[in-house]
Design a protein around this ligand. Structure first.
Ligand code: NDP
Length: 331
C-alpha cells in the first residue's frame, strides 16, 4: 500500500521534495481494524510538525509516514464494535490503508452528512471556529466581528456562526477577489476585503468605521496589527493561528501598536481546539442541523489522489483552497 512520508524538513517554504510517496507492507495486528481511507485532511498545523521543534504537537519524523485526520471505511475488523462497512474518523491519514486499534477510531454516520464534512465543517475546523468564537473570544450578540483567513475552513464557519448568533456586523479578509465575493455574496458577510489589495489597517478601518469588538485571528502579522487599531475598548481577540508566519525563517516582528492593549483594556487569548472537546456534543447538535438545512454553508476544495497530497498541502498554504482543503484518496 502507498503512504506519504516526510522526505526532509523544510527550511522556509516546503516544496514537493518535502514529501515522498512510498510503498509499505500492510501489517495487520490482532484486535485491530483495517480502514480504506477515502478523504484526508491537509491542515496548516502540519507545517509546524515538519519542524524539529518542541510545540503543542510532536514533530513528524523524517523518513516516516505523516499523520493527520482522515475518514474511511472499515474493510477488515478484528475489533469488537466495528464492522466491515463502518465509516470511521481517525488520525492515520497520508496513506491508502490504515491499521488502527479501536481506540484510535471513532464511528461517524455517513447518512447524517457527507463523510468529508467530518474533517471540515462538522469536524476539527468547525469546532475550532465554534469554541474560538463563543468561548475564547466570548462573542455576544451585537458584537462586530472581524475574522481573517475568512474563506478558509475555520474562517468561513466563524463568520457565519457570528451572523447566526446576532452579530451586528461581520467582516472578513481573504486573499483573492473571488474569495471576497464568496464571503459577501454567498456567506452573508457584511463586508470583506482582499488583504493583497493594500494596507490591512486601512481596509479594515474602512470596512468597520465604528471599530470591531472581536477579532478572530487566523493570520497574525499585519492582520493582528490592523485589528488592534480597530478594536474598541474591552475588545477581545481569539488567537487561533498565525499562518502568515508559518514559513518564516526569522521571528516575525510583534504588532508595532501592541501598546493599544493597555488603553483599550483588550483581552488576547490563545486557543487550542484540543482544549475544547467538551463542547463537541453541543457543537454538533447545534451546527449539524444548520448545515443540513443550508443555513450554514461551507465549501471544500478537493484534490484527487494520495499522490497529490503534498501538492494539496502546498496549495493550501498558498491559498488555493476555498473552504476546507481535502484530498480524496478513494471513493
Ligand atoms: P484554511 O482553510 O484557512 O487554509 C489556509 C489559508 O490561509 C489559505 O487558504 C490562505 O487563504 C491563507 N493564507 C496563507 N498564507 C497567508 C498569509 N500570508 N496571509 C494571510 N492569509 C494567508 O486553514 P484552516 O481553516 O484549517 O486554518 C486557519 C488557521 O487556523 C490557521 O492559522 C491554522 O493554523 C489555525 N488553526 C488553529 C487551530 C487551533 O487549535 N489553534 C485549529 C485549526 C486551525 P488566502 O487566499 O485568504 O490567503
Amino acid at each position: 500500500v502507498r503512504e506519504v512520508r516526510l522526505a526532509a524538513r523544510p527550511q522556509g517554504w516546503p516544496t514537493e521534495e518535502t514529501f515522498e510517496l512510498a510503498e509499505a507492507p500492510l501489517v495487520v495486528e490482532p484486535g485491530h481494524i483495517v480502514v480504506r481511507n477515502q478523504y484526508m485532511s491537509v491542515d496548516p498545523y502540519m507545517r509546524g510538525r515538519m519542524n524539529d521543534a518542541k510545540s503543542y504537537s510532536e514533530p513528524f519524523e523524517v523518513g516516516k509516514v505523516m499523520q493527520g485526520g482522515a475518514v474511511g471505511q472499515v474493510v477488515q475488523s478484528d475489533a469488537e464494535g466495528f464492522e466491515v462497512g463502518d465509516t470511521v474518523l481517525h488520525f492515520a491519514g497520508w496513506r491508502d490503508y490504515a491499521v488502527l486499534h479501536p481506540k484510535q477510531a471513532v464511528k461517524v454516520d455517513p447518512n447524517a452528512a457527507p463523510i468529508s464534512t467530518y474533517l471540515g465543517v462538522l469536524g476539527m475546523p468547525g469546532l475550532t471556529a465554534y469554541a474560538g468564537l463563543l468561548r475564547s473570544a466570548e462573542f455576544k450578540e451585537g458584537d462586530t466581528v472581524f475574522v481573517s483567513g475568512a474563506a478558509g475552513a475555520v474562517g468561513q464557519i466563524v463568520g457565519q456562526i457570528a451572523k447566526l448568533k446576532g452579530a451586528k456586523r461581520v467582516i472578513g479578509s481573504a486573499g483573492s477577489a473571488d474569495k471576497v465575493k464568496y464571503l459577501t455574496e454567498e456567506l452573508g458577510f457584511d463586508a470583506a476585503f482582499n488583504y493583497k489589495d493594500g494596507s490591512v489597517t486601512e481596509q479594515l478601518a474602512q470596512a468597520a468605521p465604528d471599530g470591531i469588538d472581536v477579532y478572530f485571528d487566523n493570520v497574525g502579522g499585519d492582520h493582528l496589527e490592523a485589528a488592534l487599531s480597530s478594536l474598541t475598548v474591552h475588545g477581545r481577540v481569539a488567537v487561533c493561528g498565525m499562518i502568515s508566519g508559518y514559513n518564516s525563517t526569522e521571528a516575525t516582528p510583534a504588532p508595532r501598536n501592541l501598546m493599544q492593549v493597555i488603553g483599550k483594556r483588550l483581552t488576547i487569548r490563545g486557543l487550542l481546539v484540543g482544549d475544547h472537546y467538551d463542547l463537541q456534543p453541543q457543537f454538533v447538535s447545534e451546527v449539524a442541523p444548520l448545515v443540513a438545512s443550508g443555513k450554514l454553508r461551507y465549501s471544500e476544495t478537493v484534490v484527487e489522489g494520495l499522490e497529490n497530497a503534498g501538492k494539496a498541502f502546498l496549495g493550501m498554504l498558498r491559498g488555493e483552497n476555498t473552504g476546507k482543503m481535502l484530498v480524496k484518496i478513494a471513493d
